[in-house]
Design a protein around this ligand. Sequence first.
Ligand SMILES: [Fe+2]
Length: 156
Amino acid sequence: MADTEVKDFLNKLVATQGLFYIRLHQFHWYIKGPHFFTLHEKFEELYDEVTENLDEVAERLIAIGGEPYSTLGEFKEHSILEERVEDKNLSEDDMVKAVIKDYQTMRASLEEGIELTDEKGDFVSNDMLIDIKEDVDKTLWMLQAFIGNNPLDDIK
Ligand SMILES: [Fe+2]
C-alpha cells in the first residue's frame, strides 16, 4: 500500500499540470508582439511537454493505487497554479514572466515532492519527479535567458 502523502502529492501535481496545459494554450493563442512566431511555437512545445509529464504522473499514481483527478473541475480545484481570463491580454514580456513564475512555483513543489518520495522510499516516483524537474529547470533557464535574466533570478 503506497503512502497517502505521496499519492496526494502526485495528484496535486496532476491537477497543476492539467491546469498549466490549458494556461499555456491561452498564451499560445493570445501571444502578440514581435516575438509572436518564436513564443507561439515555444508555448506549444511547453504544453506538449507538460501533457506528456501529466500522463506519466497520472499513470504512476494509478500504478500505486491512487485515483488521478481527471476532470477540468478537479484540476482547477486542486492545482497550485491559477488561471486568469484577463491574462490573455498580457504583453508578450509579461506573458513570459507569468510562465516563468508558474514554472518556479512548480519547481519549488517538485523539490518538496522529491524529498517526500525519497523519505517514503518510493524511488520510482522519486526518479520520475527528478526527470520532470530536469525539464522544468531547463525550461526556466531558457525562458530567463529569453528576457535577459540568469536562470535563478526572481521575477518582479
Ligand atoms: Fe496551435
